[in-house]
Design a protein around this ligand. Structure first.
Ligand code: NAD
Ligand code: 6OD
Length: 493
């Protein structure tokens, strides 16, 4: 089979940039998936110019209804190219095909349809102003696109996270320059083809491939022609990008890391809680920013929950993505596995007891070069230990007992992050009460990763800056101009 070369997509066409290329390998078995052409400063500059030209051309005249129709056409093309996107996502990430089918690709189309609906229903911030002297005025805010927006995304849910930002950005009339992770360049490349097929005007969607520091990511975030940056990734990368945006005070939106807690109360339904915890700890091999890595369990049911988790973990099936019995894929890369394995070691050094997992699994010969790790549960770790405070971003969780509701709230909130929490209880009042006291962007009660695309999404502290979703996205991707019209005859004061 020939190995494809993935190219950058600028101004509506794929362009050659044969200067530097990098290899993308499949984390399931280490085979080469693609050669990828890295965008240098010149290519990034061409992308910014293409975006600017689109904004100065007919794109800025397109009506909201026509933009909404365009978004729906993109969603229809995603449906039509579903299997291509699926193959690309699975080859890059090694995730089970069923997961990519149910979550990643399905959400990509849903993102475009949701923002098509939302932009069509967007209202203007308007007030009838009545002054004490009897004069009246009408104030309303016209929302204009931010301009050329850089969209920089990670590798864990590549197409889902990319389209989560591209859909509202385009809905609001911006031009985007998308930089997918160097670990997942393939589905974004198919999406570029889809943009052409859907009739997106040239320059509205541009795609640049490359790495972060001293590469495409840095060239993009430091380019003065970029009007705003929306980023999902590690907290430390967020800080770097914030510095890059500072000299020209450009707006940024950050969805960053997490060290999310689950709070399990003794009154919870144990079986449902175990199912929920398994999903929240191990989905996508723990590589979802919302995954639970800290589980606080009320003492009377601690042993039952711990034993139930161990029993279920033993039933997880690590394997190839297209094997229908596979529940769990590899990590994204051998490099990421080194980081996760270092936490396995540290957990034991810091007094943790490994209840299950903790190593590299035996895999069949055809998968032995993959980035596999065992799903792992610890007890005995101190709440303040490094492993319980830092984001591992792998299939791991530490279990810690608690006695009172107050203690559980204090422990859950005692973190530098603030992305998500889940509360497991059959007491309705407690569910509301505890959820309201979580210092996080999203708190779930008796569920996890249940999303309504109209609701605010993001985090506090090291977990991010700003919110996206619904009106929050429409606000980030636009700049308002307030218009004030006097409604009273005579001199206006
Ligand atoms: P990362 O920060 O290393 O990389 C993310 C993207 O930023 C990649 O495209 C990368 O090339 C680029 N990048 C890296 N350094 C850069 C720089 N100096 N300038 C510009 N661009 C740069 O993150 P990752 O390892 O790809 O993803 C995992 C992280 O993402 C985890 O911390 C996870 O929690 C976080 N994440 C957060 C959310 C959320 O919604 N809060 C969602 C998914 C992932
Ligand atoms: O569901 C979403 O919109 C979203 N941004 C999810 C992020 C998951 C993190 O890995």
């Amino acid at each position: 089979m020939t190995i494809p070369t993935l190219r950058n997509y600028i101004g509506g066409s794929f362009v050659d940039a044969p200067g530097r290329t990098f290899e993308k390998t499949n984390p399931v078995n280490g085979t080469i998936v693609a050669h990828v052409e890295e965008a240098d400063r010149e290519i990034v500059d061409a992308a910014v110019k293409a975006g600017r030209a689109a904004l100065e051309g007919t794109w800025s005249q397109m009506s909201v209804n026509d933009r909404a129709a365009l978004l729906r056409r993109i969603a229809d093309r995603i449906d039509a190219r579903f299997e291509d996107l699926l193959a690309a996502e699975v080859a890059d990430t090694g995730k089970p095909e069923s997961l990519a089918r149910e979550v990643d690709i399905t959400r990509a189309a849903a993102n475009f349809r949701a923002f098509a609906d939302m932009i069509a229903a967007q209202n203007l911030d308007s007030y009838l102003t009545e002054l004490p002297n009897g004069r009246q005025a009408l104030n309303y805010a016209l929302r204009k696109p931010l301009g050329v927006v850089a969209v920089i995304v990670p590798w864990n849910l590549p197409l889902l996270l990319l389209t989560w930002k591209v859909a509202p950005a385009i809905a609001c009339g911006n031009a985007v320059i998308v930089k997918p992770s160097e670990d997942t360049p393939s589905s974004a490349t198919v999406l570029a083809e889809i943009m052409t097929e859907a009739g997106v005007p040239d320059g509205v969607f541009n795609l640049v491939h490359g790495l972060g520091p001293d590469s495409t990511g840095e060239f993009l975030t430091t380019h003065r022609g970029v009007d705003g940056i929306t980023f999902t990734g590690e907290s430390s990368t967020g800080s770097t990008i914030m510095r890059a945006a500072a000299p020209t005070v450009r707006p940024v939106s950050f969805e960053l890391g997490g060290k999310n807690a689950a709070l399990v109360f003794a009154d919870a339904n144990v079986e449902k809680t175990l199912d929920g915890l398994m999903r929240s700890i191990f989905t996508n091999t723990g590589q979802v920013c919302l995954c639970t890595e800290r589980v606080y369990i009320q003492r009377p049911i601690f042993d039952r929950i711990a034993a139930g988790l161990v029993e279920r973990v033993k039933k997880l099936k690590l394997g190839a993505p297209y094997d229908p019995t596979t529940t769990t894929g590899p990590l994204i890369s051998l490099k990421h596995r080194e980081k996760v394995l270092a936490y396995f070691k540290r957990a034991e050094e810091q007094g943790g007891k490994t209840l299950v997992g903790g190593g590299i699994p035996d895999m069949p010969p055809e998968l032995s070069n993959g980035a596999w790790v065992e799903p792992t549960i610890w007890t005995g770790l101190d709440h303040d230990s490094q492993v319980m405070r830092e984001e591992v971003f792998g299939p791991v969780a530490g279990l810690i007992p608690f006695d009172t509701e107050e203690e559980a709230i204090r422990l859950a909130n005692d973190t530098d992050y603030g992305l998500a929490a889940s509360i497991w209880t059959n007491d309705l009042e407690r569910g509301h009460r505890v959820a309201g006291r979580m210092n996080v962007g999203i708190a779930w009660v008796n569920t996890w990763f249940l999303r309504d695309l109209r609701s605010p999404f993001g985090g506090m502290g090291l977990s991010g800056l700003g919110r996206e979703g619904g009106a929050h996205s429409l606000h980030f991707y636009t700049e308002p101009t307030n218009i004030c019209i006097s409604l009273t005859e005579g001199e206006s004061k």
